[in-house]
Design a protein around this ligand. Structure first.
Ligand code: ATP
Ligand code: MG
Ligand code: FE
Length: 336
């Protein structure tokens, strides 16, 4: 089965053609990141306008690269939330028009489910599994008893991990989004500042990153006021060590409490090298019999291939939308 998948929830316009939910025939990603950099974050209105400009070009390119005619497709998938409402609506409108024109079923996909299913391109997902979703807008532990079933067992009470990276990056004068650069700097420094590990000892699976962000900002401001030297490398290493410690500690604990065959880490922050390395080590040591899966770097950030993979499961379950499908900016999984 061939699915055309459309993603436009934030600042990437992306269209992919996926075969049987597991083979990428094409995955076109038009990133707008340069247009948002001078504002230090994504400007919703600018994002929507770029999606309008890029969408039809991306659809055409995805079909050409996959060497597929619309008649060969069996469905059109689209992200309908969570994300920026205006941005989502561009993808939804394009997907509806394409589905209508070619008489294809419309498959609605949750963007965060997409992030998890990006791991399916590495290795078939096996259930039950635990997924750590770490991205620009989310940090949550999702338990999947079976395919297509999502339960949030813990989540951030304030900032998402990626958001924290971007905010401290701004204080250091780095270019948005700064996760990748902080990751690189962290590997050159040491954890000398010992920032707090919020909620690490608490008996739940929730996270908090705003205290870490405040400690970081205070450290920088105090040093600036006293005209003291700061090591940007050590600041980055200390910040990253704190993020990694809490994410790894709580995730490993969750995998010990819940029966799991696999641990999936996904979302933009899953591209973090420090995090990938630590999880590989800890899972090997602490979770015998559990396989750790993380998507390749280019499938960690937003892309339509992951939407196509999740859509395949949704379609099998008969989850088809009609033309009333609307954007749901705060779409979420069930919490338990
Ligand atoms: P969401 O998926 O929650 O709706 P989003 O789609 O905007 O949010 P993603 O595109 O999945 O988020 O991820 C973007 C985030 O990933 C940014 O905050 C960015 O700084 C962060 N990021 C990217 N690479 C790295 C890295 N190597 N280390 C840490 N963070 C990173
Ligand atoms: Mg993005
Ligand atoms: Fe995302």
């Amino acid at each position: 089965k061939l699915i055309l998948a459309v993603e436009s929830s934030c600042d990437e316009t992306s269209v992919a053609v996926i075969e049987d939910g597991s083979k990428i025939l094409s995955n076109i990603v038009a990133s707008q990141v340069k247009s948002h950099q001078r504002f230090g974050g994504v400007v919703p209105e600018v994002a929507s306008r770029h999606h309008v400009e890029e969408m039809t070009v991306c659809i055409e390119e995805a079909l050409v690269e996959a060497q597929i005619e619309p008649e060969e497709l069996s469905g059109v998938a689209v992200t309908y939330g969570p994300g920026l409402v205006g941005a989502l609506l561009i993808g939804i409108s394009a997907a509806k028009a394409f589905a209508w024109a070619h008489d294809l079923p419309l498959i609605p996909v949750n963007h965060m489910a997409g992030h998890i299913y990006a791991a399916h391109f590495v290795e078939p997902l096996q259930f039950p599994l635990m997924a750590l979703l770490v991205s620009g807008g989310h940090t949550e532990l999702v338990y999947m008893k079976e395919t297509g079933s999502f339960e949030i067992i813990g989540e951030t009470r304030d900032d998402a991990a990626g958001e924290a990276y971007d905010k401290v990056g701004r204080v250091l004068g780095l270019t948005y989004p700064s996760g990748k650069e902080i990751d690189a700097l962290a590997h050159l420094g040491q954890d000398t500042y010992h920032f707090p590990r919020a909620m690490i000892k608490e008996d739940n699976y929730d996270f908090s990153f705003s205290g870490l962000k405040s400690s970081f900002i205070n450290t920088v401001h105090n040093a600036q006021q006293r005209d003291e030297e700061l090591s940007v490398k050590d600041l980055a290493a200390s910040f990253q060590a704190s993020v990694i410690d809490v994410l790894v500690d709580k995730t490993i604990r969750a995998c010990k409490e819940y029966p799991v065959k696999q641990l999936v880490m996904a979302g933009g922050v899953a591209a973090n090298k420090g995090l990938r390395d630590r999880f590989s080590e800890e899972v090997a040591k602490e979770l015998p019999g559990v396989t750790f899966i993380v998507p390749p770097l280019k499938l960690c950030g937003d892309n339509a291939a992951m939407i196509g993979a999740a859509a395949f499961v949704e379609a099998e379950k008969g989850h088809i939308a009609d033309y009333h499908l609307n954007a749901d900016p705060s779409l979420t999984f069930m919490s338990i």
